[in-house]
Design a protein around this ligand. Structure first.
Ligand code: ATP
Ligand code: MG
Length: 508
């Protein structure tokens, strides 16, 4: 990999400000971690970490707005005004909070997840020694010297060489480092998935040996890394790597049940591969976390529901979506996902099976589908369905059928034209016209609808009440005629709206 360290790095103003503020007060300050890796390789950092020989109290004194982030001495420095813009032209939110951490000394870890004590150091080399991977243990200092930028890289663990060779390697003996904090095992797989860097042999051996220690790590921390794997460009590779190294059991063990579970003739792949390919399609499309989770889990109930009829070649998976929805809820709860995500993904898994032949499906079947998942989820369900289909290895949906489906969904979701649109109802008409309930009321409503369809501005309580009082003076026969005109207009407009939807989607 060709590194960018011969040219000047582009450091956002907000970060330069943090570095300069610390240095002006006589402290050292370095950018460190994933953002240095990003600067060297040209990827946009997800967040910015700064490390310094100042203590938390000293850091807090130097900046107008800060908060104490955790027990490791990290101070969040808040930038109220972010002027650096993203490519989309909006303020770059990754610069809103800059994490500033004092140099730390490595300590002992008796519980495989937390240092027994947090001790600060005055030496950057100490701090780099306690970091997880060589490519994350590079410190960069940038100073303004007149109009020029003075850059200094501190790289005692040869992280730059590893970036060049695309290798992920622990700082120091991997077994020790994973033993200190087992989350690093999962971080290795996540960073390797994101960067495409290969995990070095000794590091891999450490992962395999220490994998069971992941059982001691909090579900929240595991979830955060899992989400980063899913949101990467190659989540399929990441999950396969996790399985291969024996750590998937500590994330979503249920996925492994699908390995080798063959399906019917329509499926080229076993359940496991099918789910991974579905997930990968969601990533290729850059779809949301919820869709990625649904794609990965939609057939999770298949192994449990599999039955082999004695007289048939193909197994059946009846009810797998119901079992799958139940399993999905449990999996996501265990990983402490938010209720919002749990509800949505469970719903999408529950309803991912739906009849898809547009030649046979009726509008009322589509309407039921919309009612099942809710209007707000229907397009996501369509996307999960696309993942399912691509994950089966079947060619893409015929474009016509897909358009027809979308058109039907839109038709099913539109609000029908009816007297309920009026700013008056039957009871009100009875009240203002002082007539008893009866067919006349219905005629009046439709007569009013006719007028309002012609001129929507007339749809006010005031106008309609006045108009109703006039209409009531007509004979029942005359009213009936006016009412019929309203019904006819409503039907014609309904038909026209539907036609427009179909036209928009280029379907009949
Ligand atoms: P990204 O920001 O893209 O998630 P990152 O490598 O910057 O990746 P952070 O969680 O932001 O990850 O951590 C910043 C730095 O802190 C890391 O690069 C690494 O040097 C160090 N670090 C983070 N977590 C650990 C850990 N569990 N053990 C040792 N060092 C860690
Ligand atoms: Mg980071």
């Amino acid at each position: 990999m060709k590194l960018l360290h011969n040219q000047h790095f582009e450091i956002p103003k907000e970060i330069m400000n943090v570095l300069e503020t610390l240095e002006k007060s006589g402290f050292e300050a370095f950018i460190v971690g994933g953002c240095v890796r990003g600067l060297l390789t040209g990827f946009k950092p997800r967040d910015w970490d700064v490390t310094t020989n100042a203590t938390p109290e000293e850091i807090i004194k130097l900046f107008p707005k800060t908060f104490y982030e955790n027990t490791y001495g990290t101070v969040g420095v808040v930038n109220e005004d972010v002027s650096t813009r993203t490519e989309e032209g909006i303020p770059d939110e990754t610069l809103r909070v800059v994490e500033v951490t004092p140099y730390r000394l490595e300590s002992t870890y008796s519980d495989n997840r937390r240092p027994d004590a947090v001790t600060f150091s005055k030496n950057i080399e100490d701090d780099l020694k306690r970091r997880d991977f060589t490519i994350n243990a590079i410190a960069l200092s940038v100073k303004k010297a007149g109009t020029k930028l003075e850059e200094k890289i501190i790289d005692p663990h040869r992280g730059i060489t590893d970036i060049e060779m695309k290798i992920l390697r622990t700082v120091g003996k991997s077994e020790d480092r994973f033993g200190e904090d087992a989350l690093r095992i999962l971080r290795a797989v996540r960073i390797s998935t994101e960067t495409g860097f290969e995990i070095e042999k000794e590091t891999e051996m450490g992962i395999r040996k220490c994998a069971p220690l992941l059982a001691k790590i909090s579900k929240e921390r595991i979830r955060d890394e899992f989400v980063k794997i899913l949101m990467s460009k190659e989540p399929m590779k990441g999950i396969i790597m996790a399985q291969n190294m024996g750590i998937l059991k500590y994330i979503v063990p249920e996925l492994e049940m699908g390995i080798g579970v063959a399906q019917n003739q329509a499926h080229a792949f076993d359940v496991w591969t099918h789910l991974l390919k579905s997930l990968q399609h969601a990533a290729d499309k850059n779809w949301s976390l919820e869709i990625r989770l649904s794609a990965l889990l939609h057939d999770i109930g298949k192994p449990e529901s599999k039955r082999q009829p004695a007289d048939k070649k193909d197994p059946t998976f009846y009810g797998h979506e119901v079992i799958g929805a139940r399993m999905t809820k449990k999996i996501l709860e265990n990983l402490k996902f938010s209720n919002k995500i749990i509800e949505k993904v469970t719903l999408l898994v529950r309803w991912h099976m739906f009849f898809s032949d547009t030649e046979q499906i009726t509008l009322s079947a589509v309407r039921r589908m919309v009612a099942n998942v809710g209007k707000e989820n229907i397009w996501d369900l369509m996307n999960v369905r696309a993942c399912d289909r691509i994950g089966t290895g079947r060619p893409k949906e015929s474009p016509y059928r897909l358009r027809k489906y979308k058109s039907m969904i839109e038709e099913a979701m539109r609000d029908p034209i009816s007297v309920t649109m009026l700013k008056i109802d039957g009871n009100k008409i009875i009240e203002v016209t002082k007539t008893p309930a009866g067919p006349k009321v219905g005629f009046i409503l439709h007569a009013l609808l006719e007028e309002v369809l012609d001129d929507p501005k007339l749809n006010t309580e005031e106008y309609l009440e006045e108009k109703a009082k006039k209409l009531i003076t007509l004979s029942e026969e005359e009213l009936k005629k006016l009412g019929k005109l309203g019904v006819a207009k409503k039907e014609a407009l309904e038909e026209k709206e539907k036609e427009e939807i179909r036209k928009k989607h280029w379907v009949k």
